[in-house]
Structure formats: structure tokens, C-alpha cells
Design a protein around this ligand. Structure first.
Ligand code: M6R
Length: 608
């Protein structure tokens, strides 16, 4: 996690760094800081808390300098305090670094350096980098950085400035993302393109084990401990729409309301007027897709839930064995490279460390890798054989909403595509399925028109200590997603369960205080679901039922009921997600939680 930025040039240093950090704050917001060199002197400012704390400290200063680096932190080692914030500096205050990643051998390095007299002030793993560079620094900063990183185990993207060479930033990378923005008489560095978008569209991607010397008029890239390399400059062709709250109180609420237009946009991009499906970056041949007898989906969090929903569809329509794994688990299992398997990575950010690591592992075993990703130009986008974009637009709220819906839609379209290709679905049925999808945006709008009712229900249960979410079949993952949404933004403990599993343990939790959100839309397991709700009611659980419009037979089982429009079962998780998002949102709001930036989280999880 963490975001790093840097700038060499004549612009207003403070503003370039702060704008960059603001745009990277989705990567962590525990603390922030900047360091610059002006008149040959290195200065730095750091504050715990969100970026506005740093802005407050800087507001009456005029920060000068022609080189500067900045950092927004998601804490791994050490609490979010000022001393643990970055930049971390050498004992003599002449070298400053910002770091994204984890230094796994920091303790042994720290012991060694402490014994040599280097003074450690923080509990971070990153501080060793500043001291190591200082230790190796004679005259050439790049040489010192190059020597220092050879001692590091773990992952890093670092940017370094030092008083003795005040015209340059040295960056180096292994395992964490780092890009260089190329300008005229100025250059930038950043963890991703969001921070660079206002300044340049010319981008160089630094690869692992590379180091770069960034000056205002030049960028030199070389292999760490190796030769100089020529890097391609990519011109970003897509327009980044800068997200604002659009009149809503929070990004999350805005993003929930954007969902109908997100789906319409996907349809316009991926479905032609005659219902042909368009996958322009799939880049996996029809032959390979046809031969595939195993799909291995790996993802984290909400993206994993999208994968779980897709499994039902892929196995049902495309008749392909589909495994869905949590990336951090999959990564340390022994991946069997048998059969014609394709590994699919699902990720909004395209930077999730575990998902990326699995993808790399899969490639090293010669699997084809297909990504379902939202952020163009992200590591997962660039490193996969083929890509299906989510087209959700920039998602700012840490809780994923519109991107989840977009993932479900694109996975649905991919299923249809694969099934037709494999002759397991007729073209006529494919068109029927595609047409069914076209009704979804209107259905979501109908759900959104019930916002006040859902808000009232949310407020009624907001002070409950815990929640249970249950669903079956294709809506079992919806239960998991509902519980995740609630706990991450409201800090209320919530568990999602397959309703049929209740009686194997969790039913013991049910009493007159426990709200149980039951997903009971019309489906092939509807009757079974009703029986499960009966079991909850029999134990006095407080049932909030999500049901299909017009279904009166669930009413007697519900303390509260939210109706959603009737839709095909495969598409129901898309609709079901919306009231679950709204329930969480309004509960968190009632509890006065920071909805868009919940504690301890970051939008992009770039550490293991
Ligand atoms: O960017 P990714 O989709 O790879 O991120 C995966 C998870 O970190 C993410 O879905 C997380 O669970 C969200 N906060 C859920 O709302």
C-alpha cells in the first residue's frame, strides 16, 4: 500500500506534491509527508492522519525546491504517528526516502546499522533504507541507492533525495509499482497514473529490479547492478475523468447511484447493436478458450465475491470447471499445472499484491492469464495475456460498489461469449441473456427510488452489535458481499453464510437481538431459502428480507422487507447488491463513520 510521488522541475513544488498525494490517498491515509531540497538544504514535513493535517501544517509556508518527494501511508510497521510517517531520513538528515512495500529483513539490518551508530527514530521497516543509503553514500547517490537495495529483502518502490545531489531523485523498484511521468524540463514519479494525470500523458513503467536517475532534463534507467536500459514511453490515450462527489455527501453514495449508467456504458462498449459481444483485448485465441477445461479464478475481497458469482454462471453455461480462490491462499498452495487451464485475475485496482503475485506465478508455469480489471495501465492490466475491462470509471470510495456491479456484468458477458464459443449455449439463448441484461439498469433505478425506505430500515438496526447475512446459490456470494460491505464501513461485525449451512453452527448465534439479512429473491432454491428463514424466525431472529417484487409469501417471515424487481436468477446478484450497499451506507452514516475512507483500510492493497 502507500502512495509515493516525486517531482523535479520548476513548478510550485508544494502544489505538485500535495495534488499527487491527494490523488494517491486511496492507497492509504494513515499519515502523509513531503521532503524537498531548496538552496542545497533538505527539509521535511510529516503529520499523522489524513492529508488535510499536512496541508494545515504547510498552509502558511512557502515550500520551495526543485526536487521533492511525498508519501501517503498505510501503516504496516509501527503506529500512524509523526515519527513513523514518511519521508524517513538518515541520522544526519541529509538523505530522505519514501517507500511503498515491506522490507522483510529490516530487523537484522536495523540491528547491524544500530551497532554501527546509525540512530533509529521510528518503528518502521522503511527507515533502514535511509540509513543504508547514507552508509553507502560517497558522492554518487544513484550508486549508493543501487548498493543499498541489494541488501533489501521484500518489496519496494522507493524515491530518494539527498543534499549532496540536489538536482535529482533516484527511484528503484521491486514488487511495488512505480511509474515515471515524462515532461518538458520536468519529470515526475508516482505509484500510479492518477497522480500524474494532471501533468503529463507520457509515461514510463519501471520494471522490477530497475533503478532510475530522474533529473529535470533527463531520465536514465538501468538494471540494478546491471546495464542501462532503453524504456518505451507510453502515451496514455484514455481520458481520466477526475472523480468528484457530484453533489452527493460521499463518493460511495455517488458511486452507488452511478451503477445504472455504468452498466449502460458497459453494454454500449461490449454489445454491438446486433447483440454481438465485443472483447477487444481478450487476446486469448478461440482455440485456447475452447480447449480450456479448467478456469482458475483468483481475487481478493469484493473481487473474490464477483468470482464466486461467476463460477455459478461459467459452470452452468460454459460447462467449464471453475475454481475460485482467494489470492493470498492460492499463492501458497501448490498450483497444479495440469490440463488446459486459464488463470483469471479479478481486480478493480489492478495492483492488489496477492492477485498480482498469483498472476506472475501462473505465468511462470505457462498458464494463460486473463484479467478482469478496472484500472487501465495497472500492473495486472499490463502483465496479463488478455484483459476484460470493467469500465466502471474511477472508483474512489474504499468500499467497492459500482466496480463490483461492473465485474458481475463483464463476467456475465464473458460467460455468454465462452459458452457460445464452446457450443454449450445457442446463439438464440445468448441473445436472450444479453437482452435480459439490458433491463438491469432500469431495475437498479427502481431500487434506488426506494432509498428513503432503505435508509429508515438501516437506521432502525444501526445500533445492533452484529449482523448475519444469508443467501443460497448465486446469492450466497451476495451474502458474503453484504457482510463485507457492512463491516468495512460501519465496523459492525457481520458474517455472510450459505443459508443451508446455518444449522451446522451459526444458528447458535440467533436470538431476538440478531438482525439476519436474508436474500430470498425468486430462484431455483427459493423454497429452500424460505425454510432457512423459518428456522431463523423460529429462534426469534430479526429478519430483513430482500425479496422479489410482488412476492407476498415472504411477508409473514419478515420484520422488514425490501423488494427488488423481478429478474433472471443469474442477474439477481447485481440487483441484490444495491440494497445491501445502501443498508451498509446508511448504517455507517448513522454511526458517524468515515464512509469513504474507513479506518485501517486502503483502496489498493499493494502489500501482501
Ligand atoms: O482492487 P481489487 O479489486 O484487487 O481489491 C480487492 C479488495 O481489496 C477489495 O475488493 C476490498 O475488499 C474492498 N474494500 C471491498 O469493498
Amino acid at each position: 500500500m502507500c502512495g509515493i510521488v516525486g517531482y523535479v522541475g520548476d513548478r510550485n513544488m508544494e502544489s505538485v506534491l500535495l495534488v499527487g498525494l491527494e490523488r494517491l490517498s486511496y492507497r492509504g491515509y494513515d499519515s502523509s509527508g513531503i521532503a524537498t531540497i531548496s538552496g542545497g538544504e533538505l527539509s521535511y514535513w510529516r503529520t499523522p492522519g489524513k492529508l488535510h493535517e499536512l496541508e494545515k501544517v504547510l498552509q502558511n509556508m512557502s515550500i520551495r525546491g526543485t526536487v521533492g518527494i511525498g508519501h501517503t501511508r498505510w501503516s504496516t510497521h509501527g503506529e500512524p504517528t509523526e515519527v513513523n510517517a514518511h519521508p524517513q531520513v538518515s541520522t544526519n538528515g541529509k538523505v530522505a526516502i519514501v517507500h511503498n512495500g515491506i522490507i522483510e529483513n529490516y530487523l537484522s539490518l536495523k540491528n547491524k546499522l544500530s551497532a554501527e551508530g546509525f540512530l533509529f527514530r521510528s518503528q518502521t521497516d522503511s527507515e533502514v533504507i535511509a540509513h543504508l543509503i547514507d552508509r553507502y553514500l560517497q558522492t554518487d547517490l544513484a550508486a549508493a541507492v543501487e548498493r543499498a537495495v541489494l541488501d533489501l529483502e521484500g518489496t519496494f518502490a522507493i524515491a530518494v533525495i539527498a543534499e549532496n545531489q540536489p538536482d535529482r531523485i533516484i527511484v528503484a523498484k521491486k514488487g511495488s509499482p512505480l511509474i515515471i511521468g515524462v515532461g518538458k524540463k520536468e519529470n515526475f514519479i508516482s505509484s500510479d497514473i492518477h497522480a500524474l494525470a494532471p501533468h503529463t500523458k507520457e509515461i514510463m513503467y519501471l520494471d522490477d529490479h530497475e533503478l532510475a536517475i530522474i533529473e529535470a532534463n533527463s531520465v536514465i534507467v538501468k538494471k540494478i547492478n546491471g546495464a542501462q536500459v532503453t524504456k518505451e514511453v507510453h502515451t496514455i490515450t484514455w481520458d481520466e475523468v477526475v472523480a468528484d462527489k457530484g453533489g452527493y455527501d460521499h463518493y460511495m453514495l455517488k458511486e452507488i447511484h452511478e451503477q445504472p449508467s455504468v452498466i449502460r456504458n458497459i453494454i454500449s462498449k461490449m454489445v454491438s447493436p446486433d447483440n454481438a459481444l465485443i472483447f477487444d483485448k481478450l487476446h486469448i485465441s478461440n482455440g485456447d478458450l475452447n480447449k480450456t477445461n479448467r478456469l482458475i479464478i483468483q481475487a481478493c475481497g469484493t473481487s473474490w465475491h464477483a468470482g464466486l458469482v461467476a463460477k455459478y454462471m461459467l459452470e452452468n453455461y460454459a460447462r467449464v470447471l471453475t475454481e475460485v480462490d482467494i489470492s493470498s491462499e492460492f499463492r501458497y498452495r501448490h498450483m497444479l499445472s495440469e490440463g488446459h487451464a486459464i488463470v483469471a485475475a479479478i481486480s478493480q485496482s489492478g495492483e492488489t499484491a496477492d492477485t498480482l503475485a498469483c498472476l506472475r506465478e501462473a505465468k511462470s508455469k505457462f498458464f494463460k492469464v486473463l484479467a478482469f480489471v478496472n484500472v487501465k495501465g495497472s500492473s495486472i492490466d499490463r502483465e496479463s495475456d488478455g484483459v476484460v475491462y470493467s469500465y466502471a470509471g474511477q472508483e474512489v470510495g474504499v468500499a467497492s460498489t459500482k466496480n463490483y456491479i461492473a465485474q458481475l456484468v463483464t463476467l456475465y458477458l464473458f460467460t455468454i461469449h465462452l459458452a457460445v464459443l464452446r457450443w454449450t449455449l445457442s446463439k438464440e439463448d445468448a441473445v436472450k441473456m444479453t437482452n435480459a441484461l439490458k433491463r438491469v439498469p432500469d431495475c437498479i433505478e427502481k431500487i434506488l427510488s426506494q432509498v428513503e425506505k432503505i435508509r429508515a430500515i438501516a437506521e432502525k438496526y444501526a445500533y445492533s452489535k452484529e449482523f448475519l447475512f444469508i443467501g443460497r446459490g448465486v446469492n450466497y456470494p451476495s451474502a458474503l458481499e453484504g457482510a463485507l460491505k457492512l463491516k468495512e464501513i460501519s465496523y459492525i461485525h457481520a458474517t455472510g453464510y450459505a443459508a443451508g449451512e446455518l444449522k451446522h453452527g451459526p444458528i447458535a448465534l440467533i436470538d431476538k437481538n440478531l438482525p439476519v439479512v436474508c436474500i430470498a429473491t425468486k430462484s431455483s432454491t427459493y423454497d429452500k431459502m424460505l425454510s432457512n428463514i423459518e428456522e431463523v424466525r423460529a429462534r426469534k431472529g430479526r429478519t430483513i428480507i430482500i425479496a422479489t417484487e410482488g412476492d407476498t409469501s415472504v411477508q409473514h417471515l419478515a420484520e422488514d422487507i425490501i423488494y427488488i424487481p423481478e429478474i433472471e436468477e443469474d442477474l439477481s446478484p447485481i440487483l441484490v447488491a444495491v440494497p445491501l450497499q445502501l443498508l451498509s451506507y446508511y448504517i455507517a452514516l448513522k454511526l458517524d463513520c468515515d464512509v469513504d475512507q474507513p479506518r485501517n483500510l486502503a483502496k489498493s492493497v499493494t502489500v501482501e
